[in-house]
Design a protein around this ligand. Sequence first.
Ligand code: IPE
Ligand code: IPE
Ligand code: MG
Length: 236
Amino acid sequence: MNRDVPRHIAIIMDGNGRWARSRLLPRTFGHHHGMKAVGEVVEGCIEAGVDVLTLFAFSEENWSRPADEVSSLMNLLEEYIAKETKKLRRNGVRTRILGDRTRLDRRALAAIERVERETADGTELQLGLCVSYSARKELTRAARIIAEEVEAGRLDPSDIDETTVASRLYTAPWPDPDLLIRTSGEQRISNFLLWQLAYTELYVTPVLWPDFTRRELFDAILDFQDRERRFGKVSV
Ligand code: IPE
Ligand code: IPE
Ligand code: MG
């Protein structure tokens, strides 16, 4: 057993569309209601003493959804930042956006830069919002950075180790997630943090993201605390 509170929790926030469909509402209503759950987990993590929370908000693959859904998700990101930046700052939540920014429009970029700048002093909780994020792209980008450093003579190929790779990922400043939560019952990773999840404990709940509360977060943490993490070794 492992009584520790996870230092880093990652969440695949899934099930907004199904939440809306079950109420005969458009999918975008589900996304909108999902914002409340984001507030719940941010506050729940602070309460529980978690250091890092990484949320999968929008994947690279999600760009292929219908244009009106994509634009409403981008508007929601801007709305979240506009509404919550003050509170994040007040609560000491340092917020960073992880993903490919080149695909974001000017307004979304400005919002992202604003929340990162205005919360930069936060030390209570490190919040990572994955937007336009793909783990394979993140690893490909790291490979390119390393190749460029080798070409420039700043890095010797024989010095490349796991730390070299990890320190060129978006998550470089943080420890790997201890616990991954996926809502809505789907049992897959969907191109999220492929490197960082090597030894993460997985927790899948049928609860749809808009219904997720801090109670569910604490249930996941309690479940995590009953696990035995062996990291390939034998029980002691
Ligand atoms: C998660 O909910 C939010 C995003 C992926 C942006 P979905 O929109 O995937 O909801 P379901 O899976 O269709 O229910
Ligand atoms: C994963 O959910 C991405 C986010 C939660 C942002 P999806 O709904 O896009 O994943 P799949 O399609 O079910 O694998
Ligand atoms: Mg989904």
